[in-house]
Design a protein around this ligand. Structure first.
Ligand SMILES: [Fe+2]
Length: 182
């Protein structure tokens, strides 16, 4: 079961999502949907409705978690699964860190949403280098946190390589290739 874009936007409002997180989510959805469409043209089989809904809802509980300090990938996933959105919950659970089970022959909805989130800083498309620099400044307050972010950066570059090995443009050209908002 996948909610429509309208239903997702309603849900985001109901959860009291901050405006900046709303703008970020809309841009992540635009990137994720574009990449998925391009990947499907090249033989992948991504569920576009799932990608769009999961990208819109990936930070559903983040506003609340800023206060409670909970893990928003976990609480967001749990809430969505409780609402009956099992598959979206699974994608949201992996939007920060992917599980280790990666199929080398198929790009998953989890990988696309995870990657799109790493290319959007606030509501702007940036390189992975710039996004991880920003993440380090915001969250890299200890040697352990910095090490963890370095590991995550390395994993994300692998996903980037996997996605773009199938596409006819480079990661640097994502911004120009993305269609304008209707
Ligand atoms: Fe997030």
């Amino acid at each position: 079961m996948i909610p429509t874009k309208e239903d997702c936007l309603k849900l985001m409002t109901q959860c009291g999502m901050l405006g900046n997180i709303m703008d970020h989510s809309l841009e992540v959805a635009r990137v994720a949907l574009f990449l998925s469409t391009e990947l499907n043209r090249r033989g992948q089989n991504l569920d576009l409705s799932l990608v769009e809904a999961a990208a819109l809802l990936h930070d559903l509980t983040k506003t609340e978690c800023l206060r409670t300090k909970e893990d928003h990938a976990f609480t967001g996933s749990k809430l969505l699964k409780e609402m009956g959105y099992e598959r979206i919950g699974k994608v949201v659970a992996e939007h920060i860190r992917l599980s280790k089970v990666i199929d080398p022959f198929r790009i998953s909805e989890e990988e696309v949403v995870n990657y799109a989130d790493k290319r959007v800083k606030h509501d702007r498309i940036v390189s992975l280098e710039e996004r991880f620099q920003d993440l380090k400044e915001r969250y890299g307050h200890s040697p352990r946190a910095l090490e963890s972010l370095d590991g995550l950066k390395e994993e994300t570059f692998k996903i980037e390589q996997k996605i773009f090995s199938l596409l006819d443009f480079d990661p640097d050209h994502l911004r120009e290739r993305l269609p304008e908002n209707p």
